[in-house]
Design a protein around this ligand. Structure first.
Ligand SMILES: C[S@@+](CC[C@H](N)C(=O)[O-])C[C@H]1O[C@@H](n2cnc3c(N)ncnc32)[C@H](O)[C@@H]1O
Length: 264
């Protein structure tokens, strides 16, 4: 069962929606226009390269406030969103002995809790933004997690070519595909099966629409569930909609991807 707690048919890219939204939220018009101008400038500087463009968005946002850059307006929200991710994953199969890859780890909003929970050296975080990884290192210091020896690495793509085969029990990407165009998600799904351990799984969130797929400023992307499920299938993976995630106070939906077992 998929809940309908959100307006799942809204097309945020449409002029009608924008006009109605502006009329209801006049104070948000000026910040939105500023963001539009900045994003247009950054897109012009990085034509045809979404990752370079989004890295520049992150540099700009992280320079202002790293918590805001990962989507939390306050430290209280940052802590709550991290806890929500951690509690959910713990309740859905995460064990201390698991090896975990976090794609788009940000400034370790949930990552510091995973690092604390997992055995030493079992957490690997990657992100396209060097700026947010600098902030991630500060989070490690804040929570005194140096002895857990997590790996934090910048990446330009999601081919995982530098990572070993069949290694990760859990791959996690929270609020990453909500900022990713189709070719980035396709690349990730094409390669994630290689690094998943037998019985491993890949959980990711996405902004769900039941209407037309669209994006706002190439920052926020809205997908239909069936688009992502069939993309996973095209790469030999199975994707399951996580119904109980819908009950949590978070605007996105979650899919769990697994690879079929090879017969011996
Ligand atoms: C909204 S933040 C979420 C961060 C973290 N997952 C969390 O929940 O706190 C999205 C993060 O994904 C990173 N990101 C966006 N696109 C990416 C990509 N294609 N590969 C790796 N990281 C990406 C951004 O730099 C940013 O740190």
């Amino acid at each position: 069962m998929q809940s309908n707690r959100r307006k799942l048919t809204v097309d945020r890219a449409s002029v009608v929606h924008k006009a109605r939204y502006a009329a209801r939220n006049p104070r948000r018009v000026a910040p939105f226009l500023r963001r539009t101008a900045r994003d247009t400038w950054l897109r012009l500087r990085h034509p045809g390269d979404h990752v370079a463009y989004y890295r520049a968005v992150m540099a700009s946002d992280a320079g202002r406030d790293p918590d805001f850059a990962v989507g939390s307006a306050t430290r209280k929200r940052w802590l709550a969103l991290g806890r929500m991710q951690f509690d959910y994953l713990r309740g859905h199969g995460l064990r201390p002995d698991h090896r975990m890859l976090e794609i788009g780890c940000g400034n370790l909003r949930a990552g510091w809790r995973f690092i604390e929970y997992l055995d030493t050296g079992h957490y690997y975080g990657i992100d396209i933004s060097p700026d947010i990884l600098v902030s991630a290192k500060k989070t490690l210091v804040t929570y005194e997690l140096q002895d857990k020896l997590p790996y934090l690495t910048p990446t330009r793509d999601l081919t995982f070519d530098f990572l070993p085969e069949a290694h990760f029990d859990v791959v996690h990407a929270h609020s990453v595909f909500s900022h990713s165009p189709p070719h980035v998600i396709d690349q990730c799904l094409a390669h994630v099966g290689r690094i998943l351990a037998p019985d491993g799984f890949f959980d990711f969130t996405f902004d769900r629409t039941e209407g037309r797929e669209h994006h706002v400023l190439r920052e926020d992307f809205y997908y239909r569930t069936e688009t992502l499920v069939s993309l996973a299938e095209r790469h030999g993976l199975h994707a399951e909609f996580m119904d109980d995630w819908e009950q949590l106070p978070h605007g996105q939906s979650k899919l769990r991807v697994t690879a079929p077992h090879e017969e011996a």
